[in-house]
Design a protein. Sequence first.
Length: 243
Amino acid sequence: MKTFVFLIIVLISGAFAGTIHGIVNFALVEPYLDQAIGIENQNLFASGEEKDTPEFWVEYEGYRVWQKSGQILAGTILGTSIGALFGIVFALSRNSLLGNNDIKKAVVLAGIMWFTLFVIPFLKYPANPPTVGDPETVVLRSILYLSFIAISGFGAVAFYKLSKKFPNNRKYLALITYGVFISIVFFAMPENPDEITAPMYLVNEFRIMSFLGVTSFWISVGVILGFFWNRLSPHKETTQSYN
């Protein structure tokens, strides 16, 4: 393994994919965040916690401009960290993945990780806009979501290891077993403790756009890493000649 080339590929692909994710989120998700925060502000005015004054709106607009301006940078940073994990997993599992070139192999792995680390937890704990959720339960909600990601991810690894013990015509048994396992976990995990009080049209559209945003990352990181891997072949040792 050419370590330096591997690191460059992993960091660049993660950063590029994270930047794409940030741009997609800025275009698709931010408008719904504006709507949700607008509802939250009206609730604050109605409850008397805040006053509808010019000073409030100046402070609010300044905060939102700062928040939006960091959206793409945050996506790049997050993408780089997740891309590092993706690169390590790809290097370890490359020879076992389906596909006749590294782009196809990377896309297959991205699809697997997208499904196990994002789709399954998302179905149980879908994303909600800022108006949904009691601030006092944010720690509990984070623990539940991250726990489900860990269970799904490590479960997929465990059943992948199990599949290697089966003959080729029986490997599907591990996939079925994983499906049964994650279904049991899905129904056993506690529900989201917060009641949805925001308009359902806003919640549903926010969830769809959030889903598309994260999906754009996994597609991008698979294609970009696979492309660079295909071109630079970091898995091939550099041959040295001696006189």
